[in-house]
Design a protein around this ligand. Structure first.
Ligand SMILES: [Zn+2]
Length: 361
């Protein structure tokens, strides 16, 4: 895969899983990330391989790469782990407006417009409550969205950045705005035309991670010239990714290697189904519908939508390779369900069968 270009919509991938594998690789083989290897890193460890290292197949493929073959013994398989959901996120999400100066392009400026960023902020204010309730199926959480956008000035040599840079942004924004690491989560809204080189994202895609105990979200926005870049976001240019990553961050704030991505099984970009919950002007739940394509009609008026969260009772079935559910009607059961009423939510210990035989699907 050419990692210098953005992915196309049909490159199904869990970017957060790829991020987690990259971080695990860093722990196990820090020598691969030395200055000397930096230039050739993508040749030594191609992204296509990194994103599947947690699977049996991916681990076996390391044998063809001399510098990576030791991972065959060392890299753990995802289905050998048992996540716990004791520590969900309790804190505040911050929408970050990035003003990027590209120094090798005569200091060209790239940013997301006020109109678009304000709509993202307004959307997130509405969406946070139902997202918190959906994530609440996995455990107790208390979350909020900061009322204003944080401005963040950034100078890049060119239009590319690396995961390491994002970690540095977390340090800088925490310092600049006096953010407490464990209770703050910046959402970096990446302007169109800038690419995460070691974490290729589809337009509008994103991932979540953590740095020094601070969760963070990276969200690419698609071209914002469209007049429908609104809270309703009918073509889901940002709302799908923002709600998806917020839900996954609430359940897994430290992006722990052994945690599943709780939205992937119900997502268009990850598992090709794309369930969304729709809400009216009064924040009342209307219905959950699978993705109907860009021109697909939604048969009712709605104010906004959020990405579905896989029901915990089904998440032990998630395929360890893709985070998808086995084929059949299970997606409908796992992703389209009665919206949880907070008063009815209990927090039992899920994952009773996790790790038994998920590779048989
Ligand atoms: Zn995800």
């Amino acid at each position: 895969m050419d990692t210098s270009k953005p992915l196309k919509e049909n490159d199904y991938i869990s970017s957060t899983r790829a991020y987690k594998n990259l971080m695990k690789l860093k722990d196990l083989a820090p020598q691969l990330f030395s200055e000397a290897n930096k230039k050739d890193f993508m040749k030594i460890a191609p992204f296509d391989l990194i994103k599947s290292l947690h699977t049996k197949n991916g681990r076996e493929r390391t044998l063809a790469h001399p510098e990576l073959s030791f991972l065959m013994r060392k890299f753990p398989l995802l289905n050998e782990s048992k996540p716990n959901f004791d520590n969900l996120f309790n804190g505040t999400f911050y929408i970050v407006q990035m003003n990027c100066t590209i120094s090798y392009e005569n200091n060209a400026l790239l940013w997301v417009s006020e109109f678009a960023i304000n709509n993202i902020l307004n959307y997130t204010h509405l969406a946070i409550q139902p997202i918190s309730l959906l994530a609440g199926q996995y455990g107790k959480n208390k979350v909020a969205v900061h009322p204003t956008v944080l401005n963040f000035e950034l100078t890049l040599p060119n239009r590319y950045f690396e995961t390491n840079d994002v970690h540095q942004w977390c340090n800088e924004i925490a310092f600049q705005y006096h953010l407490d690491a464990s209770t703050s989560c910046p959402i970096f809204i990446i302007p169109y035309g800038i690419w995460n080189i070691d974490q290729p994202l589809i337009p509008g895609g994103g991932y979540h991670g953590s740095n020094n105990g601070m969760p963070f979200i990276v969200a690419n926005v698609t071209d914002e010239i469209y007049p429908d870049f609104t809270v309703q976001d009918p073509e889901k240019r940002f709302s799908d990714t923002v709600s998806h990553e917020i839900a996954e961050t609430i359940v897994d704030p430290m992006a722990s290697w052994d945690h599943p991505e709780v939205c992937d099984a119900c997502s268009r970009n990850n598992c090709n189904n794309g369930y969304h919950l729709y809400f009216d002007d009064n924040l009342q739940y209307i219905d959950t519908l699978p993705w109907r394509g860009l021109s697909g009609d939604i048969p009712f008026q709605y104010k906004f939508s959020i990405a579905a969260v896989c029901k915990p009772e089904f998440s032990h079935l998630l395929h360890p390779g893709e985070g998808c559910l086995p084929p059949g009607d299970i997606s409908e059961l796992a992703c389209k369900y009665k919206f949880p009423d907070q008063r009815q939510i209990h927090w039992p210990n899920y994952f009773p069968q996790h790790g038994t035989n998920p590779e048989t699907f």
